[in-house]
Design a protein around this ligand. Sequence first.
Ligand code: GDP
Length: 426
Amino acid sequence: MIQAIVGANWGDEGKGKLTDVLAQQSDIVIRFQGGANAGHTIINEHGKFALHLLPSGIFQPGVTNIIGPGVALDIEALLSELDSIMQRGVPKPRLLISDRAQVLMDFHVLLDTAEEERLADRKFGSTKSGIAPFYSDKAAKVGIQVCQLFDKQLLKERLRNSFVKKNILMEHLYHKPKLDAEATAEKYYALGQRIAPWVCDTTQYLHQALQEDKRILLEGQLGALRDLDHGIFPYTTSSSPLAGFGTVGAGVPAGKISRVIAVTKAYSSSVGTGYLISALSGQEAEELRKRGGDAGEYGAKTGRPRDVGWFDAVATRYGCRVQGATDCAMTNIDVLGYLDEIKVCVAYSIDGHEVRDFPATPQLAKAVPVYVTLPGWKDQKVRGITRYDDLPENCRKYLEFIERQIETPITIVSNGPRREEIIFRE
Ligand code: GDP
């Protein structure tokens, strides 16, 4: 059985926490896209962690964690993440890396940074982790697969070829030192040796696991609205965070994904460039930002303050739709307990017309939110509750209102950042 945990919004919905919870009932957790360019915050018995590349199943001793072929593998980032969690007392996780995953190298980061500098105020809000140049190389078929790290000659040849065009850019467009294929090949050959014990044909491993009825969890990074095709292009990432892409990026049969849990927050948050139609500003925004998540709404990767706003049912209904969500997990419901009234964005007004279907970016740029206001559950206890029916009445009404708006059942409610703060709705 395969379940996917994916984002319904712009990322940072709390997927890491959900994966950590559901990993307790799983045999395998797989990252299927993206790289070290986002962070999943997890708080459990070992402490608080911001994972970037490691799958969130690493805290469960029996779970096998897989870096799938769709991931942008930054080997140094992976090794330092592994070191840092093990230094903090987490037992050595079981890890497998696809031999077909491609390697994100130093020069991808250099190119990403140089390009953002060149774009200046027209930039896309990259985390400068090399993701766009990495996926460009992959599409141009000049990327390096993990299996190619073990043949130094092949590695050198491929890098030399790839650097011909890149060095024209480095020299004449970015005015930076040229890239050195020999030195890069030496470095990544050595790094390849370090990860060699974990490298295998993970697609074959998963095929076998499915025959043995193993429970598999696909862990998405970012959210639907950052999808390269379906998101707020060009303020998207360069891969697909959709559950459907899990079949490609993890290497599992499409028909075998039986549950897609789209994770959404009780309010909106988005980091980086783009459009957040229901954004708050000024004091109202500051108050929500300060109270959100486990320590305020600041990017787990970059520390950048996130834009925050009211729940956007237009964007989330679309996010659930493109994810093919079977059900939804809503996190951070505890955060809203300070409000007398809570607004929900139920439509956009664009050029005087009310729009309920999430539009493409040029229309989005003109959208103004249409709100419905619901009563809050001010000062009533939400954290510590373990049964849905024990939540304050207005809190349940809020969840049920949203559920109707997004046309997807909310089956899991997270009422605090810790692993045990979770309500499974009957
Ligand atoms: P991810 O990338 O989707 O895993 O999300 P992040 O880790 O970037 O952001 C989610 C934030 O919300 C983190 O600070 C989590 O610790 C926090 N969080 C998750 N669930 C809850 C919850 O139910 N309540 C509160 N207060 N914080 C939560």
